[in-house]
Design a protein around this ligand. Structure first.
Ligand SMILES: [Zn+2]
Length: 327
């Protein structure tokens, strides 16, 4: 009996222990579940916080770029104000003197000389129509034929000579002996060299002048710029005054034969000159003895101009310059 009570007590104790353990287990599980729930909530809260954070970051970036933009606007307005203040100060107290044209007196002198030369030329022409035939870039292989035609047609002309074909320089003597004028067109006629500097231009001009002097005994005082005074080399703008200042008269032209262009048809060259001469009382005709077609066109040119009443004269330094460039 005692033994069975002991067993019952043991059983009771065991049952109580088991019960307590079971309860502990249940509570533990409940606790874990609760904790898991809390972790889940915390994770959701964290994700929400991260999203908010990223949104705030974006907003922050937007505001920062707006601030930068505003700063730039302020800085540009500041420099504008600075500029306007400087402008205002300059107006109130001008520091810069008005620009003085360094060529002003040379321009005036050249204009006056040209006007005088034109008036003298008209007076000397005494109602005749003057034609100055000019041949550039030789002497060359065709120069002899050009001289022969001029003699045959009893017309005087002007040759703006170079030393590009030096073996024909003996024609200089014949040009002079036949009563034509010689002008300097530079020795090399190489634009890239002669228009490099004023010194380079005059060196080349002098070389040719001295060659002419060796051949015919005088240094010409008339000249023509390669490409004309209206060529695209900026130096020429200054050269027109320095050439004039050194006592030269430079000549452009008011009628072009077009023989330097691609068309090398004698009838076209003649028509260009004859049509270009109409309605004028004095002409300076641009031609090149370099081209065979020009020599072939020459008889028709002389006949056509003569029919319009032109007389053919050689140029001198006292003639009007037919200048292209406005002063
Ligand atoms: Zn030329």
């Amino acid at each position: 009996m005692e033994k069975s009570r002991k067993i019952s007590v043991k059983m009771l104790v065991l049952t109580i222990i088991c019960g307590v353990l079971t309860l502990a287990l249940i509570f533990s599980m409940l606790y874990i579940l609760k904790q898991n729930e809390k972790i889940g909530e915390a994770k959701t809260a964290l994700a929400e916080a991260e999203a908010t954070n990223s949104q705030l970051q974006t907003e922050k970036n937007t505001y920062e770029s707006k601030i930068t933009e505003k700063d730039n606007t302020i800085s540009s307005l500041e420099s504008r104000v600075e500029y306007l203040e400087k402008l205002k100060a300059d107006k109130l107290n001008p520091q810069v003197k008005p620009a003085v044209d360094p060529n002003a007196s040379a321009k005036k002198a050249l204009l006056e000389a040209e006007a005088k030369k034109l008036a003298n030329q008209k007076a000397a022409a005494n109602g005749q129509k003057l034609c100055f035939l000019t041949f550039d870039d030789g002497p060359c292989a065709n120069t002899g034929e050009v001289l022969r035609i001029l003699k045959e047609k009893d017309a005087k002309a002007t040759f703006f000579v170079t030393n590009q074909f030096s073996k024909y320089r003996h024609y200089l003597k014949q040009i002079d002996a036949d009563g034509h004028a010689i002008g300097i067109h530079t020795a090399t006629h190489r634009y890239q060299d002669i228009y490099k500097s004023e010194a380079a231009f005059f060196n080349d001009l002098n070389t040719m002048g001295n060659i002419v002097k060796e051949e015919v005994g005088y240094f010409p005082k008339i000249t023509r710029f390669p490409g004309g005074s209206s060529n695209s080399y900026s130096l020429t703008k200054q050269l027109v005054y320095s050439v004039y200042g050194k006592g030269y008269q430079y000549f452009d032209w008011n009628v072009s034969s077009g023989d330097a262009a691609n068309t090398k048809v004698p009838a076209t060259i003649a028509a260009n000159v004859i049509n270009g001469a109409k309605g004028r009382d004095s002409i300076c005709v641009l031609m090149h003895d370099l081209h065979t077609a020009t020599a072939q066109a020459l008889p028709a040119i002389i006949d056509g101009l003569r029919a319009q009443g032109y007389v053919f004269m050689p140029l001198t330094a006292d003639n009007y310059g037919y200048h292209h460039r406005p002063y």
